[in-house]
Design a binder for this molecule. Structure first.
Ligand SMILES: C[S@@+](CC[C@H](N)C(=O)[O-])C[C@H]1O[C@@H](n2cnc3c(N)ncnc32)[C@H](O)[C@@H]1O
Length: 347
C-alpha cells in the first residue's frame, strides 16, 4: 500500500559541504533562522516540529514559502543546488511501489541520498533512465523538469516533482582532466558556459570568437576557451602557463584589467564588440560591479561571465544590485567556493 502526504513549505538541497553557507544565507538574506541541527528524525515523526530540519544536506523548511519557481532575480537561496518546491511524503511497502508512484507523477527523477544508498539505487533502477554520470564538456543541459527524492527511512521518502534545476539533484559534474589545464578553475568556466547555454540559448564560444579574460593567470579559463577555438586577450599581473603564452591565439597583457578601457580591449582584439567578457579576478564585489557597469554601458560585450568573490560577510544589498542587472542570472556553481557567478546576456 502507498500513501502520499502533501507537505507545507519547501526543502532546499545544499551544495556539498555548504550547509553552513546555506543556513547563513537563509538567516541573513531571508531572515529565516529556525533550523534544528538534527537528521535523526525518520519519516514517522516527520514534520511534527515547527522548525527546519536537516536530512543530510537536505533542509526541510515547513514554514518557508516561495511564490514562483520560474521567477528570475534571485528569489531562491543561491547556496541551494536545487529546491523541492512542492514536497510530499510517500509511504510505501516495497521498492516497486515507490518507483511506480514516482513514475505515475512524471518521467524524470533523481535521488539525493545521505543514507540507505542501496535501497535508493534499487528504486532508481526501476525508474526511467536519466544520466547520473559525470559529464564530458561541452554539455547540453536538457531543459526538461526533473524531480528529486530522498529516502528518510526504508518505507518513507520525501520528494517533489517540481524543482528549480534541470540537473539531476541540481548538480553538474565533469570528467576531470588532471594533465592539461593549468588550474582547476577550468571546471568553473566549463560549468558556467554550460549553464549560460541552457539559460540564454547562446552557443559555446567558438573559433573566431573574441574573448577578454580579466585575472587569467595561470590559465584554466583561457585553456577552455582555446579548446573551443576562441581568441583570447588574457590580462593579469602574472603570466599564464608557458603552453598558453606561446599560443598565437592568446594575447597576454600584464596590466590591471580594471583600468583598461573597452575601446582599448576591442582594438587589441580587432573587433567592435567582444563575444565574451570574463572575470575571475579576486576583488571587492563593489569594484566588479562598477567594472561590469562600464562594460554594459559601452555596449562592447555581448556575453558576460564573472565570479563574484565574497570577502567576509556577504553584502546582500549589493548582490541584489547585481541580480537587478537586466538579462542576468546569478548562480552558485558546483565548482564555486565562497563565491557566486553572474552571467549577463548583454544584447
Ligand atoms: C582566481 S585567480 C584566476 C584563475 C584563472 N581564472 C584560471 O582559470 O586559472 C585570480 C587572478 O586575478 C588576478 N588579479 C587580481 N587583481 C587583478 C587586476 N586588477 N587585474 C588583473 N588581474 C588581477 C590575480 O593575479 C590572479 O591571478
Amino acid at each position: 500500500m502507498t500513501k502520499i502526504e502533501k507537505l507545507q513549505g519547501v526543502a532546499f538541497l545544499a551544495f556539498p559541504e555548504m550547509k553552513n553557507l546555506l543556513a547563513s544565507e537563509l538567516a541573513d538574506r531571508f531572515g529565516y533562522g529556525k533550523i534544528v541541527e538534527s537528521a535523526t528524525i525518520s519519516g514517522k515523526s516527520f514534520a511534527s516540529q515547527g522548525s527546519a530540519v536537516w536530512y543530510g544536506d537536505l533542509l526541510y523548511c515547513p514554514d518557508f514559502s516561495i511564490d514562483s519557481l520560474n521567477e528570475d532575480g534571485g528569489s531562491l537561496p543561491y547556496w541551494a543546488r536545487t529546491v523541492m518546491a512542492q514536497p510530499f511524503l510517500l509511504h510505501f511497502d516495497s521498492i516497486g511501489e515507490a518507483a511506480g508512484e514516482l513514475k505515475n507523477i512524471q518521467r524524470n527523477w533523481a535521488p539525493y541520498q545521505y543514507q540507505l544508498f542501496r535501497r535508493a539505487a534499487l528504486i532508481q533502477d526501476k525508474l526511467p533512465y536519466i544520466n547520473l554520470k559525470v559529464r564530458k564538456f561541452p554539455v547540453n543541459i536538457p531543459n526538461s523538469p526533473i524531480g528529486l527524492y530522498t529516502l528518510l527511512d526504508d518505507k518513507t521518502l520525501i520528494a517533489s516533482a517540481q524543482t528549480n534545476s534541470p540537473l539531476p539533484a541540481g548538480s553538474l559534474q565533469f570528467e576531470e582532466d588532471h594533465e592539461n589545464p593549468p588550474s582547476r578553475a577550468y571546471l568553473k568556466i566549463q560549468e558556467s558556459l554550460s549553464l549560460y547555454h541552457c539559460f540564454f540559448g547562446v552557443d559555446f564560444p567558438k573559433e573566431g570568437d573574441k574573448c577578454f579574460e580579466a585575472g587569467a593567470c595561470p590559465g584554466g579559463w583561457t585553456w577552455v576557451l582555446r579548446q573551443l577555438g576562441a581568441d583570447v586577450l588574457a590580462v593579469d599581473r602574472a603570466e599564464l602557463a608557458p603552453s598558453l603564452m606561446s599560443d598565437p591565439h592568446v594575447k597576454f597583457m600584464a596590466h590591471d584589467a580594471f583600468t583598461l578601457k573597452p575601446e582599448e580591449v576591442c582594438e587589441s582584439l580587432q573587433c567592435e564588440k567582444l563575444d565574451w567578457l570574463l572575470s575571475d579576478v579576486i576583488c571587492y564585489p563593489e569594484r566588479l560591479f562598477e567594472w561590469i557597469k562600464t562594460w554594459r554601458e559601452s555596449g562592447r560585450a555581448k556575453n558576460i561571465i564573472c565570479t563574484i568573490k565574497m570577502q567576509g560577510a556577504i553584502n546582500w544589498p549589493l548582490i541584489a544590485d547585481f541580480a537587478a542587472i537586466p538579462n542576468s542570472k546569478i548562480v552558485h556553481l558546483n565548482y564555486n567556493k565562497h563565491e557566486l557567478t553572474i552571467m549577463i546576456r548583454n544584447y
